[in-house]
Ligand binder design. Structure first.
Ligand code: C5P
Length: 221
């Protein structure tokens, strides 16, 4: 357990994965459990921060002493993050956000039509919340952290993504079949816009969360 070095700070954490509805019963989604985001929220609260946790489709108990805002889609996540970020010292985007959503939402359940091929699903781009927050910094001096799941060339892809997004820190996970998603453990390389590289060995998601807050804390003004 760290020092209460986040007392008087407000931090915003997104967790889970967005679901982009096709009709009232179907959606495009992903396998994010939200565990890493919840670990970030819990550890920040334990270090004294006021925490807003924006949870996308998670099935986890609300962490004690944390304000939980539940949303479903990327567009809703954007609204909730922008609202909470206005007075936040740090924003950590741990949620897996769908890059695209179906262009149309069918108000009634989509039916199969006898003997006919299905209609294609047309996708449109979702807003990139991390890039937007990084560019706008709703509060001056705000520290912005992103996550990236990469299957290969973690360092090169991570560096390129950090630059593209414009955030201060990027937590890069190597993902594979049985790694990271839904697991209790994680392994990562945390890249800083200042050129820093912090490898985090395989371990509990709490341990990675503490290191993220250590790196955020030294960047707070
Ligand atoms: O581009 P990619 O999805 O790999 O980037 C991952 C990071 O960007 C995560 O921190 C995620 O929360 C954030 N993101 C976002 N809005 C999107 C897509 C990703 O904020 N539309």
């Amino acid at each position: 357990v760290r020092e209460p070095d986040l007392v008087g700070r407000h931090v915003v954490v997104s967790a889970g994965g967005t679901r982009e509805p096709l009709d009232p019963v179907r959606f495009l989604g992903n396998r994010s459990s939200g565990k890493q985001g919840y670990a970030l929220a819990r550890t920040a609260a334990a270090r004294g921060a006021r925490v807003t946790l924006i949870a996308a489709n998670t099935a986890l108990p609300d962490p004690a002493g944390v304000d939980v805002v539940r949303i479903g889609t990327a567009v809703q996540l954007r609204e909730a993050v922008l609202k909470a970020a206005s007075d936040a010292d740090a924003v950590v985007m741990a949620a897996a956000v769908a890059d695209f959503r179906p262009e149309t939402y069918a108000a009634g359940k989509i039916k199969k039509k006898d003997g006919r091929d299905p209609d294609p699903i047309v996708l449109v781009r979702n807003p990139d919340i991390l890039a937007e927050i990084s560019a706008e910094r709703p509060r001056p001096g705000q520290v912005v952290v992103g996550f990236a799941a990469e299957t290969d060339d973690v360092l090169a892809n991570g560096r390129a993504k950090l630059r593209r997004k414009g955030c201060d820190l990027l937590v890069v996970n190597e993902v594979g079949e049985r790694r990271t998603f839904g697991s209790e453990e994680n392994e990562a390389l945390v890249l800083g816009a200042d050129g820093s590289e912090t490898p985090v060995p395989h371990g509990p998601k709490e341990a990675l969360a503490e290191i993220v807050w250590d790196l955020v804390t030294i960047r707070l003004t």
